[in-house]
Ligand binder design. Structure first.
Ligand code: HMG
Ligand code: MG
Length: 299
């Protein structure tokens, strides 16, 4: 008994663009986000308030947030925040949804945000509580939930324990990530089944990178485990600059195609999604990874 509809959280403007070497002009980022909104997304990661020294692509995040988030916007616009400074910047925007991110594996968390996982938990706990009290929606992205590029296989129990810690702090959503695209469908099913049983009242989201082309298979397995929220990136863009070997997220177009063919509603207009990708593709250093998009272009 698969769900009749699923929510796709578009992460292209954040995960997709952060790994691009060349700077994408601010107005192109803004146009990309607005085009994605026209395609029907109701939840989206629009940018990240991280250090511009660490991720120069995101140095214009304030301008992007200002341009795309308006009062009364029906879209849940997430901004990624790694620390207190990120939260201070967040408070200056109209955004109401913050996404924190932490690696289950210490080594990855060190490379990504310069803290151990425990230190991050400590640092983020009061920030999460304060933002919750201010009425914000809190998403927590758990990186390296399956495999770490430095430590290898991450035990399920370790991921579940970190999820418990953030659930206890009041997170509304956990986005559980296969950062370097190493999970297999049986591993996807097993972890998501455990998480679903353990957290029946939390929003649980699966975040797959398509490094080994297992994104769709892993999504199907997660669907079977009861998950009905998926992160995906228009054009299959994406990857974490601090995770060697990470490539793009599973392409939104391909996820939408698969689900709609299975009779599962997404409320995403693939034609308009392709228009959004058309607008950003000329500014990217790598080809668009979506099969659906390439077929549309006759390739
Ligand atoms: P740090 O060097 O430990 O930070 O980096 P610090 O507190 O010592 O500050 C150093 C400098 O950065 C200072 O500036 C701060 O003001 C500035 P200076 O005095 O040298 O001029 N700074 C900031 N500036 C703007 N915004 C901020 C901010 N914080 C400090 N928020 C830090 C720690 C977290 C800042 C750094 O490691 C960082 O920015 N990391 C970001 C890494 C990142 O963006 N990774 C990609 C996103 S996560 C991801 O892709 C995974 C995900 O998709 C799921 C999956 O697939 O696994 C979500
Ligand atoms: Mg990611």
């Amino acid at each position: 008994n698969l769900p009749r509809s699923v929510t796709i959280i578009e992460v292209g403007p954040r995960d997709g663009l952060q790994n691009e070497k060349g700077f994408v002009p601010t107005e192109r980022k803004i146009a990309f986000i607005l085009a994605l909104k026209r395609a029907g997304f109701r939840e989206m990661e629009v940018t990240s308030f991280v250090s511009p020294k660490w991720v120069p692509q995101m140095k214009d995040a304030g301008e992007v947030a200002e341009a795309v988030i308006s009062e009364g916007d029906p879209v849940r616009n997430f901004i990624l925040v790694p620390n207190r400074k990120g939260v201070e910047r967040f408070r200056k925007t109209k955004a109401k949804a913050a996404a924190f991110f932490v690696g289950v594996s210490d080594t990855f968390n060190q490379k990504n945000i310069n803290r151990t996982t425990e230190e991050s938990l400590h640092e983020l706990a009061p920030l999460i509580k304060d933002l919750k009290a201010e009425g914000c929606f809190i998403r927590v992205c758990l990186s390296t939930a399956f495999y770490c590029p430095f430590e290898g296989r991450v035990p399920e129990e370790k991921t579940v324990r970190l999820a418990e810690a953030f659930a206890a702090l009041g997170a509304d959503e956990l986005s559980v990530a296969d950062t370097i695209g190493m999970a297999s469908p049986d591993e996807s099913y097993s972890l998501f089944k455990k998480l679903k049983e353990r957290f029946p009242d939390l929003l649980l989201t699966a975040h797959f990178h398509d490094t080994r082309k297992m994104g769709l298979a892993n999504i199907l397995a997660a669907l079977q485990a009861g998950i009905d929220r998926f992160d995906a990136s228009a054009g299959g863009l994406g990857g974490c600059p601090f995770a060697p070997g990470a490539s793009g997220n599973v392409a939104t177009e391909d996820v939408v195609y698969m689900l709609e063919r299975m009779g599962i509603r997404t409320n995403i207009d693939r034609e308009k999604l392709a228009e959004a990708v058309d607008g950003i593709a000329p500014f990217l250093s790598r080809p668009v990874e979506s099969a659906d998009y390439r077929l549309r272009k006759g390739g």
